[in-house]
Design a protein around this ligand. Structure first.
Ligand code: PLP
Length: 382
């Protein structure tokens, strides 16, 4: 049905009408006092959303831009980086570090698993000369639906003293992250995920330690230069022309988020994701991440029933119900499908999607009892 498409993918995510209307307005001049007033509010609201006293910079770029910004401003050629890789996005931080001439060591787990705290402890304890300068890690690994036990991992990194660079692209605004308390030096995110606006902006929180590392960086990025962003942020502006319309939309969604409250937002993501997981199990399907304790609340990866292809499931959901779910990435393509519960998503959306999935699977010949998933989800809400 026209205009009924529901994006149940881990970004872009659904956008509320309030934000769309903001985007439909004629763009403001980016050096105008009106626009500066908006940016001033946003810079403050971002500190609230990121739960930090540090500055949060805004880049006109997708999430990967912020990942590159993080590493290009703190690494010098030859610096040692330990990259904790639990999926494609963790691997991306390792790859970017390599492009900066860093000496990158990966700690890799089977995808679908998280980093073992003792393994990290052991590795960092061996680094007696403190050669490892930066540890990169992913909070919610969107490619697998796993969430690292980030608070515990950060405690280990803090004890060692390395800088931590955390990809919080699908966790900021969805799952609890406390950068100041937990010791995150750089935390990044992107607009098309939990922020309820379209793709095009990304965000980066930098601690004092990160700013110090920046000062020692010989070849920092020009477009993403920390000092340029800091200087302009202090004047309620940005160094270059930002995506003005997206920023106006962001101002609207940040207000919506403040109205809902951070604890309620976290609780909603948890409720929807854990409820969806119950529904999937009740339907007799398998989850790619078995243990609820390591499940992302933004994205759930599901194995198709035997003999039914991910392509057919996605096609059925799209054609019959206008629901878009994601395929697996790279090696996981065709092996899992992923359903997002990230951002502007509520109970009604998930109830409908579970029902749609049941019927789609039934039509494809799966042995599914209609209503089993919906019933489990509804019961999880009581
Ligand atoms: C979406 C995403 C990114 C950034 O991807 P872009 O396509 O550049 O916006 C980075 N990390 C994670 C975990 C993501 O989900």
């Amino acid at each position: 049905m026209r205009d009924k498409q529901f994006l149940m993918i881990p970004g872009p995510t659904p956008v509320p009408q309030t934000a769309l209307l903001e985007m439909g307005k004629a763009p403001m001049g980016h050096r105008s006092t009106e626009f500066s007033a908006i940016l001033k509010e946003i810079y403050a609201d971002l500190k609230w959303l990121f739960q930090t006293k540090n500055n949060v910079f805004i880049f006109t770029a997708s999430g990967t831009g912020a990942m590159e910004a993080a590493l290009s401003n703190i690494l010098n050629p030859g610096d040692k980086v330990l990259s904790l890789v639990i999926g494609n996005f963790g691997e991306r931080l390792a790859k970017i570090s390599t492009t900066r001439g860093a000496d990158v060591e990966r700690m890799v787990v089977d995808f679908g698993k998280t980093i073992d705290i003792n393994a990290l402890k052991e590795r960092l304890a061996k680094d007696v000369n403190k050669e490892i300068k930066v540890v990169t890690l992913t909070h919610s690994e969107t490619s697998t639906g796993c969430a690292n036990p980030i608070k515990d991992l950060l405690a280990v990194i803090k004890e060692h003293g390395a800088l931590s660079v955390v990809d919080g692209v699908t966790s900021v605004g969805a799952m609890e992250v406390k950068p100041d308390e937990w010791g995150i030096d750089i935390l990044i995110s992107g607009s098309q995920k939990g922020f309820m606006i379209p793709p095009g902006l990304s965000f980066l929180m930098a601690s004092d330690r990160a700013m110090k590392a920046y000062e020692e960086c010989k070849y920092p990025s020009f477009y993403f230069d920390f000092a340029a962003h800091k200087k302009n942020l202090e004047k309620d502006t940005t160094p270059y022309t930002p995506a003005v319309s997206l920023i106006c939309a962001l101002n609207a969604t940040l207000k919506m988020m403040k109205e809902e409250g951070l604890d309620n937002i976290y609780a909603r993501h948890k409720r929807l994701a854990l409820g969806l997981r119950k529904a999937i199990r009740a339907m007799g399907l398998k989850l790619f991440v078995d243990d609820d304790n390591f499940a992302s609340y933004s994205i759930t990866a599901i194995l198709p029933p035997e003999g039914i292809s991910v392509a057919d499931i996605r096609k059925g959901l799209k054609e019959d119900f206008d629901i878009v779910v994601a395929d697996g990435q790279n090696d996981l393509k065709g092996k899992i499908f992923r359903m997002g519960t990230l951002g502007y998503v509520c109970e009604r959306d998930v109830i409908g999607s579970i029902g749609a999935l049941e019927l789609t699977l039934k039509k494809l010949g799966a042995n599914i009892e209609l209503g089993s998933g919906v019933k489990a989800f509804l019961e999880s809400l009581i």
